[in-house]
Design a protein around this ligand. Structure first.
Ligand code: GAP
Length: 523
């Protein structure tokens, strides 16, 4: 059995080999934590975006989309708090000259205690077999208790230091825990200091010098600054939402785990504007809705969990993450935040404009409260890849690598294959393709044996293979092969369209989320 680490390496290699993800500017040895999506990756990514966009703007009459610019007036970031507070705590090792996030070093130390506990548990399970009582073992085993106490004490000290923004204490924890630099192996650490994650550039040039501007670190602010524009021109009534998909940039210090933490990435964010006092009700609503959206894809309900935030940002009154079980543990894919009226109030203050909503039912004006749902496209992509990648042992010893992608997201929906390159079979295969190609992304493949062609499609997650043989010329039927079961059916050519539509139509997933109502945020 491959370890989780080995599996993850294989997924990364698979992404490259099959045209999903390439390192950016690879011929120049790449650029740290920046990636390009290849011919299959871009299709999968576009399908993820479509699934999200339609679930917001088609399912909800009261959610509209925008596409704001990446460059924004620099005061935006002063108002939002990013100039002063969008920081990570940094520490350098003087010997290796390597830079680390102090919080990450400590979190890794916490994870080490957890791993030690897990090792003890696994060992005991092997020893005791079926009669093993894990809960009892955790409560009574001396070594487990000791590791657990150390882990809890460290966690408590670390949370307190982060909450108090106490950089000296973070350094002291690193020293007390005897954390060493993985490169030099020494404890020769500098002090911890704050590092702002925003990329800066300059715009224009005037006699007084160019204007310093930032690449946006989140798309949300483009929505807030357009609140009045959209509300007035769209005659939107509260509650309503504004959705946006776009690039965001962060100068991440610790950029690791492939597309999980990138310096240039993409977000899908929706800000839902509500009456003050009603925000927690809507927070619960969106929390539930978003989890259903994830689960409807069928990657396995047990792979998701909520992680409620203990430490809230100063402007939030509730926050939770939706985490997915990656090969490197449960990790945040999406954040749902109750952001109060902080952002709109700040923009009103810094711009001097009145940013309020007149509520005709209450006959009063107020600054709306906001529930935000924020998901990274690239993390979603990674979760889908990790949840779909499988190596299956076949009879005869062969291994089949298959991506069991949710059909709605698969880059290619069907591949049409003439059994041989003659006797009129390619012509019929092309005819079938011409009938399908305007509604579905389909491929044509006539090279190599049918078995090899199936494997190529399995590796990119194509749900259907359609084989045209000599009988097809007479009976108007083809062989339809299903990716996941490898079963084959003889079906009529005229039925193909409906079979593929039913399996790949997002509408079927939306019904799983909201039933037949297809609308669930109207009051
Ligand atoms: N507007 C709120 C916001 O930006 P966040 O938790 O910082 O909140 C939201 O980011 C989502 O964006 C995360 O859940 C994650 O999916 C994605 N994300 C954040 N930083 C990322 C990075 N460096 N690389 C890839 N995705 C990232």
């Amino acid at each position: 059995m491959a370890t989780q680490e080995e599996t993850f390496k294989k997924i990364v290699a698979h992404c490259k080999e099959y045209g999903f993800v390439f390192p950016s500017s690879e011929i120049y040895d790449g650029l740290g934590a920046v990636y390009d999506y290849g011919q299959n990756g871009v299709e999968l990514k576009n399908n993820i975006k479509r699934y999200w966009w339609d679930s917001m703007t088609l399912l909800h009459q009261n959610i509209v989309g925008i596409d704001a610019a990446i460059f924004m007036h620099p005061t935006t970031w002063k108002a939002s708090g990013h100039v002063d507070a969008f920081n990570d705590p940094l520490i350098d090792n003087r010997d290796s000259k390597k830079r680390y996030r102090a919080d990450v070093l400590i979190e890794e130390q916490i994870a080490k205690y957890e791993e030690k506990i897990q090792k003890e548990v696994d060992k005991a399970r092997k020893r005791f077999g079926d009669s093993f009582d894990e809960a009892m073992f955790r409560q009574t085993n001396a070594r487990v208790i000791e590791h657990q106490q150390k882990r809890d004490a460290l966690h408590e000290r670390y949370s307190a230091a982060m909450n108090a923004n106490d950089l000296d204490e973070l350094k002291q924890i690193i020293l007390d825990e005897e954390i060493v630099c993985p490169i030099s192996g020494t404890r020769n650490w500098t002090d911890v200091r704050q590092f702002n994650l925003m990329f800066q550039t300059e715009m224009g040039s005037t006699a007084d010098g160019a204007m310093k501007i930032y690449l946006r670190p989140e798309t949300a602010q483009g929505i807030f600054v357009n609140f009045l524009n959209v509300q007035k021109t769209g005659r939107m009534k509260i509650p309503f939402g504004i959705a946006q998909i776009g690039k965001a940039f962060r100068n991440e210090i610790v950029a690791r785990q492939f597309v999980f933490r990138m310096r240039e990435f993409e977000q899908m964010e929706m800000q839902f504007f509500v009456r003050p006092g009603e925000e927690l009700k809507w927070f619960e609503h969106w929390k539930a809705f978003r989890l259903k959206w994830h689960k409807a894809l069928g990657l396995g309900d047990q792979k998701y969990r909520y992680h409620d935030h203990e430490k809230l940002a100063h402007y939030a009154n509730a926050a939770t993450d939706i985490e997915f079980q990656m090969p490197f543990g449960f990790k945040e894919v999406e954040g749902i935040h109750s952001r109060t009226n902080f952002d709109l109030s700040q923009h009103a203050k810094y711009s001097g404009k009145k940013i309020e909503y007149f509520d005709p039912e209450l006959n009063q004006s107020y600054t709306p409260y906001v529930i935000e749902t924020s998901i990274g496209v690239d993390r979603m992509f990674l979760s889908v890849m990790c949840g779909s990648y499988k190596e299956e042992q076949l009879e005869g010893g062969d291994v089949r690598v298959v991506l069991s992608l949710p059909p709605v997201l698969a880059p290619v929906k069907a591949c049409i294959m003439p059994l041989v390159k003659k006797d009129g079979l390619p012509e019929l295969a092309h005819k079938i393709m011409d009938e399908l190609k305007f509604d579905f992304r389909v491929q044509y493949d006539e090279k190599d044996s049918i078995g090899k062609r199936y494997r190529r499609q399995d590796a990119i997650g194509t749900p259907f293979c359609i084989t045209v043989d000599h009988d097809s010329l007479n009976d108007g039927c083809v062989t339809l092969r299903y990716r996941d079961t490898m079963e084959q059916d003889r079906v009529k050519i005229e039925d193909l369209h409906e079979i593929i539509r039913r399996a790949t139509d997002a509408k079927e997933l939306y019904r799983k989320i909201v039933g037949d109502k297809l609308e669930d945020t109207e009051e």
